[in-house]
Design a protein around this ligand. Sequence first.
Ligand code: FAD
Length: 420
Amino acid sequence: MSESTAASEVGRDVVVVGAGIIGAMTALHLQRLGRQVLLVDRDEPGRGCSYGNGGAISPDLCVPISLPGMLKRVPGWFRDPLGPLVVRWQTLPASLPWLIRWVRAGRMDRVLQLAEALRALHGPSLARYERLLAADASLIERTGQLYVWRSNAAGPTEALARELRERNGVETRALDAAAIRAMDPALAPGFTRGLFFPDNGHTVNPLRLVETLVKHFVAAGGSVRRDKLQAFERADGRVRRLVMESGAHLDPASVVLAAGMDGKALARHLGDRVPLQAERGYHVMLPNPGVRPAVKISNRDHMFGMTPMEHGVRISGTVEITTPDAPVNEQRAWGLLELAQRMYPQLNGEGATIWMGCRPSTPDSLPIIGVARQAANVVYAFGHGHSGLTGAPMTAELVAHWLGLAVAPVDAAPYRPDRF
Ligand SMILES: Cc1cc2nc3c(=O)[nH]c(=O)nc-3n(C[C@H](O)[C@H](O)[C@H](O)COP(=O)(O)OP(=O)(O)OC[C@H]3O[C@@H](n4cnc5c(N)ncnc54)[C@H](O)[C@@H]3O)c2cc1C
């Protein structure tokens, strides 16, 4: 990058680092509030975790991942390398402090607070996407989501999940076997219980969604730069300069760090230790599935989902607690295909491709949105774990609040980095 190009970007008010769903949404929102924004990513937009997610946009989502009684389940996390949640022994020392915090976040009093904060963040998401993407309406489907179980007996956390949904005003409809079949006739028999979320939806292509946001941003005068943020230069409690891998220097008034999993290392450079753990997940993409779920569906016995997308059917899920760079376990992905074929016996696996991505997860399931402790002009916006696609619209609005550009749409305190 030549000095002159770098200099032309110095005049931007805000640099957003990371062009995943969080950074793209934030850049567009800040631009609409009148800021000059530069969106920077080391890769093409949308190629991080936002590339391969399940596409669910879930306003209902208010049940934290850690719930009371987690400790009893710990032995199971190590037993089956292909189970829905696995902790890898090899990387346990690196994950242990986070796991301890995770189990502690499952205290009942804390869970009630977290549920409220999750619902506040997620509740308006689908409506916000629909408004923003009115011209690209085909990207979003508001067809609801369906949870199904083969097992008749309710699992240990189901009663609590129901209570949290009720407390937070989530509408659900319980379905019996006949109602499930009526909703999705291609589904194999044997699913005895279902729960339908009428107010949820999904995107038919998570990558195209990010690319579309970036397209609107660029069309309105925003700049995108492919470069990696390497270091910060600080003075007087502010970041004065971003040092990029290309050798360029950027000197914006404010910086938003929306770098997903890499937020942890970048925050560390600024003196903040944030507990962020890679909860790795996998997907299988079926280009010629032969049969499609009627709506976005989740198999709650095996904890994975299937989404009808514009380029096929996506099977996604599983949690693997390990370091981001640990070797990929392809068996985890192919295991998802096997389970999905038991749900839809006609499902065609030909041409399937697999993918692994790192959910950037905090122990309490809430993202980290707020000002860096030692750099007053840096706002963090990462750590969205299982629900970044859903949390993106409100995250962008909370970032605007922390930059002093707008009133916070909800109480901003629960997501602050200094809660840890
Ligand atoms: C299998 C799976 C299924 C999921 N399903 C869903 C779902 O159905 N619904 C839902 O809401 N969520 C889902 N999620 C979670 C969701 O995908 C994530 O929460 C979300 O993508 C996080 O977005 P992000 O923008 O923070 O991170 P990312 O998409 O990872 O973006 C971060 C970007 O920062 C860039 N970057 C990092 N460091 C630097 C640097 N130093 N300089 C420049 N650029 C940098 C990266 O290249 C990357 O593009 C799922 C996740 C997985 C793994």
